[in-house]
Design a protein around this ligand. Sequence first.
Ligand SMILES: C[S@@+](CC[C@H](N)C(=O)[O-])C[C@H]1O[C@@H](n2cnc3c(N)ncnc32)[C@H](O)[C@@H]1O
Length: 219
Amino acid sequence: MSLWQDFLTNRGKAIHKWEHYFPIYERHFAGWRNRSLTFLEIGVAKGGSLAMWRRYFGPLARIVGVDVDPRCARHEEGGVFVRVGDQSDKGFLQSVIDEFGAPDIVLDDGSHKMGDIRAAFEFLYPKLPKNGVYMVEDLHTAYWLEYGGGVDAPESFINLAKALIDKLNADHGRGAVPPDAFTRDTFAMSFYDSVVVFEKGQAWRKAATETGGARGGRP
Ligand SMILES: C[S@@+](CC[C@H](N)C(=O)[O-])C[C@H]1O[C@@H](n2cnc3c(N)ncnc32)[C@H](O)[C@@H]1O
């Protein structure tokens, strides 16, 4: 069953998602189904999304939800774990990693405030394994003042992500942008309406290569 079908036929705990996210989830998460993975969702609310992820990823998946609201602890069930804390609290996030290991996938559906999104990303992204995926959703708030956003706001996560495009390409920047760990460890960044996705991956060699010869049939 596709995730979209699962969502539409859900009769269990409430799930709160924008409809156009489902093709994005499938694009970035489908390859992880029925594999052993740790999936961390920031923002538990009524618990329905954690249960959905468990159904989607299958019996080898460990689904971990974090939420600042202690009432969310009741959403623990088989294969689904909930820890209560603030996504901007590095000590709390470290305790989650100490308990469950670094997550393979992070989905930030938490406070949607710029400072919180950034704090969680800056702490967690470097800890993801080499093929990890980090997705931030509901980034329409990056344009909203009450969430610390604004089209020119330096704290906007969209503006942070725009700057990270230069880090992704820093090996070709002729010194203008110093390459760093993000350059080394990031394979791709994807932008959608309200969603940004970072895929980790290391290119051990970046080389432009020509194969075949002029007389070998190339025009
Ligand atoms: C949009 S809801 C999550 C919805 C859920 N993932 C779903 O799909 O049904 C956002 C959740 O983030 C939690 N939250 C708000 N601020 C937070 C913070 N600083 N750290 C962790 N969780 C936070 C709220 O308590 C709320 O339950």
